[in-house]
Design a protein around this ligand. Structure first.
Ligand code: SF4
Ligand code: SF4
Length: 384
């Protein structure tokens, strides 16, 4: 790594510090979710950063002002050095969050993480029943393990934070999912409808719910919320709707290179975990220090400010609110990441979103038609 401090060029965009650091420790994972946001070609990723290299990343990030740290993957539990990294992060003063499938977790590991100073654990589920959960996850033992580990997390004194990715094959289970969470004693439940990047984009036709399904799901969440309020339950439901049913894009990552810094397993630094799919040369922490990566690298400066914007964003009075939307979505749907996010009804490419909605209304594909996220399928993507 180059940690020498050559004179730092003036950053024309006055970027603030990266307050959120996401450490994608590995792309290895025992599950095969067909909506995984990892890159399609994850199986050709170069060797993972070592413990020492991760410690260096954490130290540099904290010195730059990062305060929130997420450990994710892949499945971060496959890294045997996780307790060491958590302890280092705690000592540096980060607020730490572990994002896990629960596979590979044990009561002893939860205790070790608590001892090392981990602040927060989020466990993901695929469905409310073992059959569907395990079919989507590609593992016969996943559901029981997740249940056990959700309980273990709570027993260790953490809030129970559960995440469900919602798509056309489990959206009919909304009430069952919320009931399961209530039964488990969950504190926070994220019901996140699938967003279409990575494997989810490849499987979009097989995953995207129809408008009718989505409206019904939202109504069910609202009714359930009222019931929770009426019974004095403290469980919080967070329902995240898909971009594809909006008329304006989200302010993606709160602005490119503005708050969020992701480090991929091989050390590639990214402004968001999906950005690797863009035709941009991103820097690597093995070659460059984090300060110069964040403030000075062409990759991170590529979409800062608004001078890069073509019309209609360039002259739009909403550009400070959404920054033209998501660059990955623009690239995946139009082939040019500079374009306005096609989610926007002002985009000349909004027809691509309308076509996807129309396809979702008529889709009939079952679970078996999906491309599951595993190394064999990943290799097909880089063999061409
Ligand atoms: S989405 Fe599924 S396959 Fe992808 S990293 Fe998470 S648990 Fe593993
Ligand atoms: S035209 Fe561009 S800046 Fe304006 S609302 Fe749409 S995406 Fe946002």
């Amino acid at each position: 790594m180059n940690t020498s401090h050559a004179p730092t060029p003036v950053n024309p965009h006055k970027a603030g510090p990266p307050l959120w650091l996401l450490a994608e420790l590995t792309y290895r994972c025992p599950l095969q979710c067909p909506y995984c946001s990892n890159p399609l070609d994850f199986a050709q990723t170069e060797r993972e950063l070592s413990t020492d290299e991760w410690v260096s990343v954490l130290r540099q990030g904290r010195a730059m002002g990062a305060a929130q740290l997420g450990f994710s993957g892949g499945e971060p539990l496959v890294r045997q050095d996780l307790p060491e990294l958590i302890a280092e992060a705690r000592q540096l003063g980060y607020y730490t969050n572990l994002i896990t499938s629960g596979l590979g977790l044990t009561d002893a590991k939860v205790a070790a993480f608590a001892e090392a100073g981990l602040d927060h654990i989020q466990v993901s589920f695929q469905a409310s029943d073992p059959e569907l959960n395990n079919a989507v996850a590609g593992s016969r033992k996943a559901f029981d393990q997740k249940l056990a580990m959700a309980r273990a997390v709570k027993a260790a004194g953490y809030p129970m934070v559960l995440n469900f990715v919602i798509h056309r094959h489990n959206i009919h289970q909304m009430n069952d999912i919320m009931a399961l969470c209530e039964h488990l004693g969950a504190d926070y439940v994220e019901l996140a409808t699938c967003q279409y990047y990575g494997w989810a984009f490849e499987n979009r036709e097989g995953l995207m719910p129809s408008k009718t399904q989505l409206v019904q799901a939202e109504q069910e969440v609202n009714v359930y919320r009222k019931r929770l309020d009426a019974t004095g339950s403290a469980m919080k439901l967070i329902f995240v709707t898909p971009d594809y049913y909006e008329e304006r894009p989200k302010a993606c990552m709160n602005g490119w290179g503005n708050l969020f810094l992701t480090i991929a397993p091989d050390g590639t630094a990214l402004p968001c975990h999906s950005a690797r799919l863009l035709p941009i040369d991103f820097p690597n922490v093995r070659d460059q220090d984090l300060q110069s990566i964040w403030y000075d690298s062409p990759g991170f400066n590529h979409y800062r400010g608004d001078s890069w914007m073509p019309e209609p964003c360039r002259s739009c009075d909403e550009k400070q609110q959404d920054f033209g939307g998501c660059r990955c979505q623009a690239y995946l749907l139009t082939g040019n990441a500079d374009n306005a996010d096609p989610v926007c009804s002002k985009s000349p490419h909004h027809d691509r979103i309308l076509a996807a909605r129309n396809a979702a209304d008529h889709a009939t594909a079952g679970l078996t038609g999906l491309i599951y996220r595993n190394a064999d399928n990943s290799r097909l993507f880089f063999r061409g």
